[in-house]
Structure formats: C-alpha cells, structure tokens
Write a protein that binds this ligand. Structure first.
Ligand code: HEM
Length: 412
C-alpha cells in the first residue's frame, strides 16, 4: 500500500525541476531502507521530522538529519561498542575476535587515539596516482576476456578494491586473489546471522592474514620506503607500540575497504546505468570520474548507517539518552539533508563544499575516503576503457540484503 508521503518526488535536470509521482512504496522500517530500491523519499521525510525518534520495535533511537547525526557522532558519551560487549560473543577467543578487538573502529580512548593518528597519517601519505595506475591494471587483469556483467561484475567489484589495497600494502601480485578470498571469508563473521561454518572460516582467514602481515612487517624493515615500513614509522611517531594491534589494524584496512568500496563501485555503475547523459560525459572526459565517484558517495552511498551505544547519561537535541540506549545514525539521509548539501536530490559533478556524512564524522571519521574514491574511480575507468559499460543501460540489479550497506547485486 502506498503511504501518502510516498507520492511525490522531485527531479532536478539542469535548471529544471520536475515533480513526478513516485510509485515506489517506502521501506517498511528504517533497517530495511539501505537495501530498498529508492529509500531517499523516506529518508527526506525523516530528515524533516524530529531530531531523534525512538523506534520501539527495533529498540533504537534514530538520528537522520545532518545536525543530529553530527551531534551524536561528536558526543563522547556515545561509544562505538556496547560497554558489556566490546567484541561480539560469537567471535571471542578466535583470531577473528582478536582482530576485531584491536580495530581502531571498535575502540575508544587510548586504544583508539594513537592508532588512529598513525593510520590517518599513513593513509594521507599514500601516493594516490600510483594507486590509480595499479588499480586500473588490477581491474583490467580481473576482467577476463568476456563481457563483465551480472554476477561476474558483482564479484569483480568486490575483488578489485581489496586487491588494490593489498597491493598498496606490499602483497605480491600472485597473492592478491588469495587475499580477496581470505577477506570474503573474514567479513562473514561480522554478520549477526553467521553460521558456525562461516565463523570457523572467518577465524581461519583472520589467522592466515595475521601471519602473512607478520611476515610482511618483518620484511619491511629492510625496505624503509615500503608501505608497511611507513606504517610502522607513523605508529612509533604516534606513540603506538603494540605490534599485535598494528597487525590487526593492517587486516582492518583490508576489511574496511572490502564491502564499502565494492558498494561505491556498484552504486557508481548504477548512476551510469540510470543516466545516459552521464555515461556520455564520462566517456568524453574520464578525468571527471573522480568527481562523479565523490558525488555518488554522497548521493547514493554504500554505507547507510552506523550505530552508537550510550555509555553514560547524556542529552542530544534536547532528548535524554540513558546508558544502554542504542542510536542509529542514518548517514545516507544526512547526506541528502538540504541543510548539509544544497539541491540534495541532484547528482552534481561540480558541487562546491560537498559534505559527505557517508564517511562518518567526529573522532571515528573514515581516514580512507580519498583512497576509496580513487580506487572506485580507477575501477570505473577500467570498465569504460574496455567498453564494458556500452550496454550499461540494460543492466539490472537488486540490493544485497543488509541493514547497513547498499551494495547492488547485478543480475545475469
Ligand atoms: C567507500 C568506501 C568506504 C566507506 C563508505 C567508508 C565508511 C566509513 C565510515 C562511515 C566510518 C566510520 C564509522 C563510524 O564512525 O561508526 C569508517 C571508518 C573507518 N574507515 Fe572507512 N570507509 C570506506 C573505505 C575505507 C578504506 C578504503 C579504508 C582504508 C584502507 C578505510 C578505513 C577506515 C578506518 C581505519 C576506519 C575507523 C576510523 C576510526 O574508528 O577512527 N575505510 N569508514
């Protein structure tokens, strides 16, 4: 059944603004939105509503406007993990749990600050022009000879970014497909519905990755210019002296790349499939691909939500939050908040002061934004150059079931 507020949609084209009738019903609830065909009218209705809304069936507060999302992400009483469960119970004691427990993403205070500084400085020092060239080569190598469509395209979108980051970190070319397989196994443990077999495979992959990174880190001391030597240097400079945590966070660089960047590539392909004019512009001016990917990361981001767990009583936008409360931050809605980005529903390549909440905000803001966008742009360039996008307007897709991510699954 159509909800009354689902009826109208604004379409902006050049200087023209059209109102259309949108027949797509809203998602059933907020956690069904990221995999919905078009969740953005629903998000707009939430942005226009109260700053924080309690969703009783899901037992969480929901923040959707840019101001409320930023307020929660900047509030020190709102933590990245529940106090009673720093590591998910299902993976405690396994190598996957060891990695998870050390990740800067999953820690606060001293276990976050120095490692974050080191990772941030390390990622800021990455030579993006080199990453671009290597990614284009990896993307071409993984394409094979036939047309890259459907399931093969989806698989490719997952493999290329993680292989590009592994290459950047010093893995040899011949090892890259194995790293992609380990990562596919490893991330399975992050789902609350993982099976025992998936948890075992994930632990095995985590062990293998930690062991291989330990070898690479030992070898890096003989190559002071190598990426892992630079990471070790930044760690020492930041006062981060935990060798085990450094290895775990090196694995974390791969896992944080994996699904999110695959989604950014996929959503960029969707943008090209649904806007014939855009494909034409990119074909003529591939130098604009990075701008396009930057805009897609705001307009149709791959990470729609993140969460915070209230550790002590606090107030956000006049609402009292109590210890144990959970807040869902709808980053994708915030990116379409007109107070965050003017003309939010238009995909604009030359947008000035683009604000992209989809990479987070505050102390845990993503340090991999520039790298992710560069990798995605290089991957799309490889598709364009090889002619794989000629039939893009006939591609079809649905979205992978997920409560947080928006990753298209292309259909054969
Ligand atoms: C399109 C791709 C990506 C997206 C959408 C994305 C998004 C995010 C978001 C939303 C956060 C913050 C989560 C929170 O505050 O709850 C985050 C954190 C993080 N991301 Fe990314 N990310 C992407 C790619 C990458 C890449 C390529 C790397 C590095 C190789 C990376 C490394 C990290 C790290 C280390 C953190 C934790 C930062 C901290 O906790 O202080 N990300 N990312």
């Amino acid at each position: 059944m159509l909800r009354p507020w689902a009826k109208h949609r604004w379409i902006v084209s050049g200087k023209n603004v059209f109102m259309t009738t949108d027949l797509t019903p809203h998602p059933e609830h907020i956690l069904a939105a990221s995999s919905h065909r078009n969740p953005y009218p629903y998000y707009a209705s939430r942005v226009a509503g109260p700053a924080l809304v309690f969703d009783a069936p899901r037992k969480l507060w929901v923040a959707s406007s840019a101001a409320s999302v930023k307020a929660v992400l900047g509030n020190p009483a709102c933590h990245v993990r529940p106090t009673a469960e720093p590591v998910p119970a299902a993976i405690i004691g396994s190598a996957a749990g060891e990695v998870f427990g050390h990740l800067v993403r999953m820690n606060e205070g001293v276990r976050h600050d120095a490692p974050k500084l080191a990772l941030q400085r390390f990622l800021a020092s990455v030579d993006l022009a080199r990453v671009q060239l290597h990614t284009e080569a990896i993307a071409a190598m993984q394409m094979g000879n036939g047309p890259l469509q459907g399931a093969a395209l989806s698989r490719w979108a997952f493999e290329v970014p993680v292989m590009a980051v592994a290459d950047m970190l010093g893995f040899a070319e011949g090892e890259l497909p194995q790293v992609a397989r380990w990562m596919a196994d490893f991330v399975a443990c992050l789902s609350p519905v993982s099976t025992p077999a998936q948890l075992a495979a994930s632990a095995e992959a985590a062990s293998a990755l930690l062991a291989r990174f330990a070898e690479l880190v030992r070898g890096a001391s003989a190559h002071p210019g190598s990426a892992l030597a630079r990471l070790q240097h930044e760690a020492a400079q930041a006062g981060w002296h935990d060798a085990g945590a450094l290895l775990a966070n090196a694995v974390g660089l791969l896992s944080q790349t994996y699904e999110a960047t695959a989604g950014l590539i996929g959503n960029s392909v969707v943008a090209l499939a649904t806007r014939p004019g855009l494909l034409e512009v990119m074909g003529r001016e591939p130098g604009q691909l990075l701008q396009m990917v930057n805009e897609v990361s705001r307009f149709d981001p791959s990470v729609h939500n993140t969460r915070r767990f209230v550790a002590e009583a606090t107030q956000v936008a006049g609402v009292s939050l109590q210890p144990g409360d959970v807040v869902l931050l709808v980053l994708a809605a915030a990116g379409r908040d007109p107070l965050c980005n003017a003309r939010p529903n238009a995909l604009l390549l030359d947008r000035l002061d683009r604000d992209v909440p989809g990479f987070g905000r505050g102390p845990h803001q993503c340090p991999g934004q520039a790298l992710a966008c560069q990798i995605a742009a290089a991957a799309i360039k490889a598709l364009l150059v090889s002619g794989q996008l000629q039939a893009v307007s006939s591609f079809s897709w649905q979205y992978r079931p997920s409560m947080n991510a928006r990753i298209p699954v292309f259909l054969d």
